[in-house]
Design a protein around this ligand. Structure first.
Ligand SMILES: Cc1cc2nc3c(=O)[nH]c(=O)nc-3n(C[C@H](O)[C@H](O)[C@H](O)COP(=O)(O)O)c2cc1C
Length: 212
């Protein structure tokens, strides 16, 4: 599907065709496209738990205030933000940049300090914001790519993060910005018109907020 059309027609779909699967390879392909999202210092602080097993979807539904779409969707993604991605990925990011000619080997030591300065200590608020911000880009890319490939999605933050972590063995230091349901629109359901959006002029501040 053409890019602008994909953006215009993506909707948060509430009713999925229960039992209609998407092959795991296809979902992995979409995840691969989402993985092309830009990220701070290319540190890619996202992880995903892909839930396809009916029993596991049922368990996830219990953690998500019993929202039926969790079980009805072909699959659920638990999108995870990893504040530790700076420590985990900085060296391979730099090595790749050197290899591809983005920077010189001699600058690696100096550059290595940059993300630690920008994104703070591992347990800091700054680091959490870094991780969540980038995981959100990944999530949006996933929803656009899924729509482009003919599937529907629904982003969700109606869940108990502590319960999801416990149920799916997600380490304590991770953050779960959202879940994403992916699947097929139930054929007997017609989408309601898209929910309102503010006019651009409601939130656009040209060259700064007005003083006074
Ligand atoms: C981060 C995030 C969390 C959301 N959580 C829920 C949710 O838990 N349950 C739900 O029914 N909709 C949820 N929504 C969907 C929004 O209500 C929906 O995107 C919005 O009404 C606009 O509709 P549209 O996506 O079809 O344009 C969420 C959306 C986002 C971006």
């Amino acid at each position: 599907m053409e890019t602008l059309e994909t953006i215009k027609t993506r909707r948060s779909v509430n009713y999925f065709e229960s039992g209609k699967q998407i092959p795991v390879d296809k979902i992995k392909e979409i995840i691969g496209l989402a993985n092309l999202a830009p990220s701070s210092f290319n540190l890619q602080p996202w992880e995903v738990v892909l839930v396809t097993d009916p029993e596991r979807k049922k368990a996830l539904r219990k953690c998500a205030f019993n929202q039926p779409k969790v079980e009805e969707a072909s699959a659920m993604l638990i999108v995870i933000a990893n504040p530790g991605a700076v420590e985990e990925n900085v060296d391979r990011v730099l090595a790749d940049w050197v290899k591809k000619g983005y920077m010189k080997e001699a600058d690696v030591e100096k550059q290595r300090g940059t993300p630690f300065g920008l994104y703070g200590e591992r347990a800091s608020e700054t680091r959490k914001i870094f991780a969540v911000k980038n995981a959100a880009f990944f999530a949006m890319n996933f929803m656009i790519a899924a729509k482009g490939m003919g599937y529907e999605t629904h982003p969700m933050d109606g869940f108990n993060a502590a319960e999801v972590k416990r149920e799916f063995g997600i380490p304590d230091d991770r953050i779960i910005p959202l879940l994403i349901a992916v699947g097929h629109l139930r054929p007997d359901q017609k989408l309601l018109p898209r929910a309102f959006r503010r006019d651009v002029d409601d939130f656009l501040r040209m060259n700064g907020y007005a003083k006074g």
